[in-house]
Design a protein around this ligand. Structure first.
Ligand SMILES: Cc1ncc(COP(=O)(O)O)c(C=O)c1O
Length: 397
């Protein structure tokens, strides 16, 4: 594997392990390791109980250290969304990677094919999703070229992605999916590995009933398509999909062999707005922005975390643990958050007070930071355990 090209941890961060939480500068992205480890353990237990594999989505944490921890806890590999994320994971020693997304540009497919060979040489494997004839043809061309260059006949596992209701990527279920399976099987360097059926929009339906209904339709599409393929004598070895919001439904379906949930590890404020399915493990918030109040007026306080420290596409962060009562966070721009008490009689924080924010959406929040500071023993009395590099930060290509 190629070594990571990123630079060393900056001096100020390198000194933090062993120091109290109070030593962490603001704004900083902080992992509360105790709940994160409980989330990990609950996910592993859930997968064991339902006899499904789990391949967590590393687009969420973008960290090879956390990917390794997930593998040590029983994950079979990781999903990524981008070629550059796959390369970053491979550079960090992860050898079983699924690009659960379509890649079309020939120069990117050349990188995909090179990575497939690199991972095969390390006794690992690369998989990718496809949803078009063009995509299959180009992938096969790239793989054939790489085979010529490497002189070794590596294969890439190919999942035919079906659109199961989100209206994003995916070939239509049924006949069009079957036709694409045939296309994949026409190329020696491509190995048909199964179906990807992911319904992103279903993840954030607030009631468990609505999520169950949405995934019941997903399962119907998968069953129909799988039966059609198998009637041709072609095995569908694996159906992969599911996110944190709906994973209990896919796991219970008996059809999905692999869960791709990613956010369960950190649990953001938006996912906490979902009404929990009783079958869902209890996942706790484990990712926080530490922020400090830098200005205060009679009716509001201002903290030093704006939308350069947390993503706001799924709503503003929630302020947690402020003893004076619940605070509403209003967007103060790039570098500021404006805080007001929810009840008029409650106390505002003063200049210098430290607050903790739960980001609205963990994936794009992580992508705003080079490092996460991992704390054990709690956000209040705890100690910095380690610095976690966001290896695939900005890995968008
Ligand atoms: C294809 C795919 N699989 C799995 C996931 C993981 O979802 P989550 O992080 O919500 O658990 C995503 C997230 O967007 C995704 O796009």
């Amino acid at each position: 594997m190629k070594p990571s090209t990123k630079t060393r941890v900056p001096e100020a961060l390198a000194r933090l392990p062993g120091q109290p939480v109070a030593a962490i500068d603001t704004p900083s992205l902080v992992i509360d390791l105790d709940p994160m480890r409980r989330n990990l353990m609950r996910m592993a237990e859930f997968a064991r109980k339902h006899r499904v594999r789990w391949r967590p989505h590393a687009k969420m944490h973008k960290s090879t250290a956390l990917a390794r921890l997930q593998l040590q806890s029983g994950a079979v590999g990781v999903c990524v969304q981008k070629t550059a994320e796959a390369e970053a994971m491979a550079a960090g020693g992860i050898t079983d990677i699924f690009i659960s997304n379509e890649v079309i540009a020939p120069h990117k497919l050349a990188r995909v094919a090179a990575l497939a060979h690199e991972l095969a040489a390390a006794h690992g494997q690369l998989a990718i999703a496809v949803d078009s004839t063009e995509g299959v043809t180009r992938l096969a061309q790239a793989m054939n070229e790489a085979r010529r260059q490497h002189g070794a006949p590596a294969v890439i596992n190919v999942f035919v992605e079906i659109d199961v209701g989100q209206g994003r990527c995916g070939v239509a279920p049924g006949g069009p999916a079957l036709a694409l399976v045939h296309e994949v099987r026409n190329h020696a360097a491509l190995r048909f590995a199964g179906l990807q059926a992911y319904h992103g929009a279903a993840q954030h339906l607030r009631s468990p009933e609505h999520r169950r209904e949405a995934i019941a339709r997903v399962v119907e599409h998968v069953l129909d398509t799988r039966a059609l393929i198998e009637r041709q004598g072609i095995a569908v070895e694996l159906v992969t999909g599911a996110g944190t919001g709906s994973m209990v439904c896919e796991a219970a379906s008996g059809v999905f062999g692999e869960l791709q949930a990613g956010s369960f590890l950190f649990m953001d404020a938006d996912y906490a707005r979902n009404e929990r399915d009783p079958a869902q493990p209890v996942f706790e918030h484990a990712l926080f922005v530490k922020t400090q109040v830098i200005s205060a007026a009679a009716d509001h306080a201002v903290c030093d975390a704006g939308h350069k420290s947390h993503a706001i596409d799924s709503g503003l962060p929630r302020v947690v643990g402020w003893p004076g009562g619940e605070l509403a966070f209003a967007n103060g721009g790039d570098e500021h958050g404006i805080l007001r008490p929810i009840a008029a009689d409650r106390k505002l924080p003063a200049v210098g007070d430290v607050l903790w924010l739960v980001p609205g959406h963990c994936d794009p929040t992580v992508n705003l930071h080079d490092y996460m500071i991992a704390v054990a023993g709690g956000l209040h009395g705890g100690t910095v355990e380690r610095i976690v590099r966001v290896d695939a930060r900005g890995a968008l290509t």
